[in-house]
Design a protein around this ligand. Structure first.
Ligand SMILES: [Zn+2]
Length: 66
């Protein structure tokens, strides 16, 4: 296959790195020393972060939290 028919990345500016949120942060919850991922925007670890559920079509899946 001729190379001109291939699609792919081309030389150019280097893609900026993903946004990160700092190294060495730990979970905000007292007693939890889980180190947060630099990709975790929350102040808590995944286990203790407040889960947010997407609202589909306006229906509330969890009425108690409304
Ligand atoms: Zn935690």
């Amino acid at each position: 296959m001729p190379e001109s028919h291939m699609q792919g990345s081309r030389p150019g500016p280097v893609v900026p790195p993903s946004k990160t949120h700092g190294h060495g942060r730990t979970c905000d919850l007292p007693g939890c020393e889980t180190e947060l991922s630099v990709y975790n925007p929350s102040a808590r670890c995944w286990q203790h972060a407040e889960l947010t559920f997407p609202v589909y079509r306006g229906k509330r899946l969890h009425p108690k939290t409304a």
